[in-house]
Design a protein around this ligand. Structure first.
Ligand code: AMP
Ligand code: TRP
Length: 379
């Protein structure tokens, strides 16, 4: 799988979808790891007009989703949102609030509504540009549930039984509802219904994208060329952002530092990062330190090198390093907090963005569903 920054910023064109049948054209040298006969590639990306204006021609389509299951944290930001925001300049980006998915764990209607609105607000505040990217609510495209049903009819049980995120959730004591089990099928539908090329996500979603590809292959083998094969885009440096206890940052582990947490709470969380008991004067190991890992997300190269040097030298306590981390983090997030305040002043802004997004997402999904229904014999 592609997993470095250069791949994120490189415009890879692989969109060439004929309405009923997909014809395979491969871009030489691109996506070398993808050797599937089902993969569709086209070399056209930008066309230069006589006036020198770049037009997107068959741009790569980028898609990702985020669950509205609580406030967004810096693991979400560096693992998915920042790469997704960077990609909005590289092709046609579609990002959605995965409210159908959140239903597998959230059982309070008002909380779901509030969270969904808040995810839209936070994503926009972090830099999602609705003039470039389409932002919409999952449930505004209910056709995905139809596609999920169709995919479920070709999905082997074993494929889902092997899904680690399901097994993890069970291990953490969640009750096994069918929705939780078949979550990867709905996620596959989310991706395939937009003929997506690239899916920016954190590492924990890698297996879900592999399942998506398996299901697309299965459909293509059964019904002819129906789907393109999407590719996960995982940024190596931030594929798993650690939480304050050093494990993967996650709302459900309670080890999160939120992007828009208030100052006091954010400081408190940073100050409670778990460390070992090395005394102040002793040299410290920067390689395995959560403080350093988090600092590297916010600091410049020089600042990071300087902190690592002082770890090695000894004489500075973890508490002081944590204070530095907090200051850097707080300063880094300041422009986003400002933008968030601005968005909040316009009461109808978010609803308008989501309504426009829903319209565009539906246009694409309806086209793809026509192709799918025809392929399986429903029309
Ligand atoms: P979720 O909160 O599970 O909806 O995750 C939304 C996106 O953030 C997914 O692409 C995840 O892979 C990504 N993500 C969540 N937590 C982390 C983390 N600790 N490190 C990197 N990426 C993450
Ligand atoms: N499963 C993802 C998560 O928990 C959210 C998600 C749902 C998603 N559908 C998607 C991500 C489609 C990428 C593409 O983080």
């Amino acid at each position: 799988m592609a997993n470095d920054e250069s791949r994120i910023s490189k415009g890879i064109a692989n969109r060439a979808v004929a309405p009923a049948v997909l014809s395979g054209i491969r871009t030489p040298g691109e996506c070398a790891e993808d050797t599937s006969p089902y993969s569709i590639r086209a070399s056209s990306f930008f066309r230069h007009s006589t006036f020198g204006i770049r037009h997107l021609v068959n741009p790569m389509r980028i898609l990702s989703g985020i669950q509205p299951s609580g406030p967004l944290h810096i693991g979400n930001y560096f693992g998915m949102m920042q790469p997704a925001i960077a990609l909005q300049a590289e092709g046609e980006a579609l990002y959605f609030i995965a409210d159908y998915h959140a239903l597998t764990t959230l059982r309070d209607a008002e909380t779901l509504r509030v969270n969904s609105h808040r995810v839209a607000l936070d994503f926009l505040a972090c830099g999602l540009d609705p003039e470039r990217a389409t932002l919409f609510r999952h449930s505004d495209v209910p056709q995905v549930t139809e596609l999920a049903w169709i995919l479920s009819t070709v999905a082997p049980m074993g494929l889902l039984e092997r899904a680690t995120s399901y097994k993890d959730k069970l291990a953490r004591g969640m009750s096994a509802n069918v929705g939780l089990f078949s979550y990867p099928i709905l996620m596959a539908a989310d991706i395939l219904i937009y003929d997506s090329d690239v899916v920016p996500v954190g590492k924990d979603q890698k297996q879900h994208i592999e399942i998506t590809r398996d299901l697309a292959v299965k459909m293509n083998e059964t019904f002819g060329q129906v789907f393109k094969l999407p590719e996960a885009r995982i940024r190596a440096a931030t594929e798993t952002v650690p939480g304050i206890d050093g494990q993967k940052m996650s709302k459900s582990y309670g080890n999160n530092i939120d992007i828009f947490g208030d100052e006091k709470e954010t400081r408190k969380r940073v100050m409670s990062i778990v460390t070992d008991s090395t005394p102040v004067e002793a040299p410290k190991d920067s390689e395995r330190s959560t403080i350093v890992q988090l600092y590297s997300l916010f600091a410049s190269k020089d600042e990071l090198a300087n902190m690592k040097e002082r770890f090695k030298k000894g004489g500075t306590g973890y508490g002081d390093f944590k204070k530095e981390l907090f200051e850097k983090l707080w300063e880094y997030l300041a422009p986003m907090r400002k933008r968030r305040e601005e968005i909040l002043r316009d009461k109808s802004y978010i609803d308008n963005v989501l309504a426009r997004g829903a319209k565009h997402a539906n246009e694409i999904a309806n086209q793809v569903m026509q192709r799918v229904r025809a392929a399986v014999g429903l029309r």
